[in-house]
Design a binder for this molecule. Structure first.
Ligand code: GLN
Length: 310
């Protein structure tokens, strides 16, 4: 007899629970305080059925996992050509917070690293939008993707803003080259608020499943984005979602994914499933260590590698 899915997911978590490698992010003090033992995962199919295990309803800040979804919103709001004028789609092979721009165009290399994500956040809504408009847009859009009203964790946000020197430096660099044309502190604050939206792995799996369907939220049935935008976002995740570990991830795991420094990872298999994992300890690339191991198991056991011919 086949193992039922929930039992299989419990078994995957149990088999990896003893792994205590890596460490919580410490450059955001609130994240350093998070319980490192938390461990959860959820899968949502394109038919809207969710399977969850472990700490499936624990909330944590979305952090960089906000980037692909904010990117989708920016493409909806401004059109792909306008967004591509400002942000490229090339893997950078660099850390998420690198101060780097593409030679010649001075665009950030892609929307998954902070330089690209700060630029993407600034594009939300329209040229005259203020900080509140952009943040409200992100919260409302993510809530439609998750199918429930999401909130901002003000403590995490304040904790990050108190020492956001690096992101401010990145934004000032973007302003110098005219990639950003608005008030730097307000853009960084808005981006940081976007990163502080609280989600669970259950939410992440539903948000990812909405990409997997080509833009229809599988539980509410609402069309949230056009299929070509979902396709574009998944492709950018595959190319650059795991920063300087993107090639290793794509070959070993083969599931387009995006990680966040609070310990979440979201993954998506087109036409099949959205996946969310949470475990706060990070590896040297800033990706959740146990989350990565879960994805490796799923890829192997369930033939989930995009290029699997099995
Ligand atoms: N808010 C974080 C930052 O900008 C997000 C980084 C991440 O999750 N990798 O540094």
């Amino acid at each position: 007899m086949k193992t039922p899915v929930p039992d299989y997911l419990d078994e995957v978590l149990d088999s990896l629970r003893a792994d205590t490698g890596g460490a919580n992010a410490d450059y955001i003090p609130e994240l350093a305080e998070a319980d490192p033992e938390r461990f959860g995962m959820a899968l949502t199919t394109t038919l809207g059925r969710t399977y969850a295990a472990g700490d499936a309803d624990t909330e944590f800040s979305i952090q960089s996992i906000s980037k692909p979804f904010a990117y989708a919103a920016a493409v909806i709001d401004r059109g792909l050509d306008r967004v591509l004028d400002a942000v490229g789609v090339e893997p950078s092979g660099e850390a998420f917070n690198e101060l780097s721009l593409e030679g010649g165009t001075h665009r950030p290399m892609n929307p998954m690293i902070n330089a690209g994500a700060i630029t993407t956040h600034a594009l939300l809504v329209g040229p005259d939008a203020g900080q509140d408009d952009r943040v409200d847009r992100a919260v409302a859009f993510f809530s439609r993707l998750a199918g429930r009203d999401l909130q901002i964790d003000e403590r995490v946000c304040a904790s990050e803003l108190a020492s956001a020197h690096r992101n401010l430096a990145i934004a000032h660099m973007l302003r110098t080259y005219g990639i950003l044309d608005r008030d730097v502190p307000s853009v960084v604050e808005g981006y940081t608020r976007q990163c502080s939206i609280l989600v669970s792995v259950r939410d992440l799996s539903v948000m990812a499943a909405t990409l997997a369907t080509g833009g229809i939220q599988p539980v509410t049935g609402e069309r949230v984005m056009a299929p070509d935008i979902a396709q574009h976002v998944m492709a950018v995740m595959a190319a650059a979602g795991m920063y300087d570990a993107a090639g290793d991830w794509l070959t070993r795991v083969g599931i387009p994914a995006k990680s966040g420094v609070a310990g979440g990872i979201v993954g998506v298999l087109p036409d099949l499933v959205g996946i969310g994992t949470f475990s706060p300890r990070l590896d040297s690339h800033g990706n959740s260590r146990r989350g990565r191991l879960v994805f490796e198991r799923l890829s192997r056991d369930m033939g989930m590698h995009l290029f699997s011919s099995a």
